[in-house]
Write a protein that binds this ligand. Structure first.
Ligand SMILES: [Zn+2]
Length: 255
């Protein structure tokens, strides 16, 4: 099955909407989704036109590309997911600053809401190497090896993905608690990430062990986060292990 979409670009309002807005509209009356038909596009390249597939007993509702319509050449939806080894090779070949830039661009691309000339320029419509898509993985010759598989951490993480598979984990409206572990007169830091559940209660989602790195955290603030790594179980709690210590970006959300 080709990749499906859980959000879309709604052209008349120049905004990115979640599939939930469509599902809610379709649940009340079919005509409620009429304004969306023909106005839904790929949330990444904003070019490929999408169509809504209703929920059935076999699958949840989803959006898919209309076959006659195409993504921009550089859109990550054109590509299959990159292999673990190619992701690892690529990320470890980048400098600290390059990893930071990549995670920043990823957050910008995945959490933008309103599309203005300012927010759309970050995405290139050409295949030029000067305009690399942050959601793609490249080999040493700068050819595309595939797309980064993504998991949004705002909802519960699927325990089936525990293991060696590498994902881009990202989220918004995340609260962070910094736990300090004192061991042999040395301080270690364990970050706990919380997101709101359906009842609007802050719920622990996963942890990240930072070793001796002390991040500056405001426990009352809400953050965007992005990290590339694997999901494991540690003391029966979900833990994400970033590929590298700097493969974690924590960014304060505007109030
Ligand atoms: Zn696209």
């Amino acid at each position: 099955m080709s990749r499906v979409f859980d959000k879309f670009y709604f052209k008349p309002k120049q905004t990115i909407l979640s599939i939930d807005s469509l599902i809610n509209a379709s649940r009340s009356h079919d005509e409620n989704i009429a304004p969306f038909i023909n106005n839904m596009f790929c949330p990444e390249c904003l070019q490929a036109q999408l169509t809504f597939c209703h929920e059935t007993s076999k699958h949840k509702a989803y959006l898919k590309r209309i076959p006659s319509s195409s993504h921009a050449p550089n859109c990550s939806y054109n590509y299959k997911y990159a292999s673990n080894s190619s992701i690892k090779k690529y990320i470890t070949s980048l400098s600290s600053n390059q990893v930071e830039d990549k995670l920043n661009s990823i957050l910008h691309l995945l959490t933008r809401k309103n599309i203005t000339s300012n927010t759309s320029t970050n995405y290139s419509k050409t295949n030029s190497n000067n305009h690399k898509n942050p959601l793609l993985v490249y080999d040493i010759n700068n050819s595309v090896s595939g797309a980064l598989p993504q998991k949004k951490v705002n909802s519960y993480l699927d325990p089936n993905i525990i293991g060696n598979d590498i994902y881009l984990f990202y989220g918004e409206n995340i609260k962070i608690k910094q736990n300090i572990i004192d061991k042999n007169n040395k301080k270690f830091y364990l970050l706990e990430f919380k997101a709101k559940n359906k009842n609007q209660e802050w719920t622990s989602r996963f942890k990240i062990f930072r070793n001796t790195i002390r991040d500056i955290i405001d426990e009352n603030a809400e953050y965007y986060i992005a990290t590339i790594g694997t999901l494991n179980l540690n003391y029966s709690k979900l833990q994400i292990s970033p590929l590298l210590p700097n493969a974690l970006k924590i960014k304060l959300m505007p109030k």
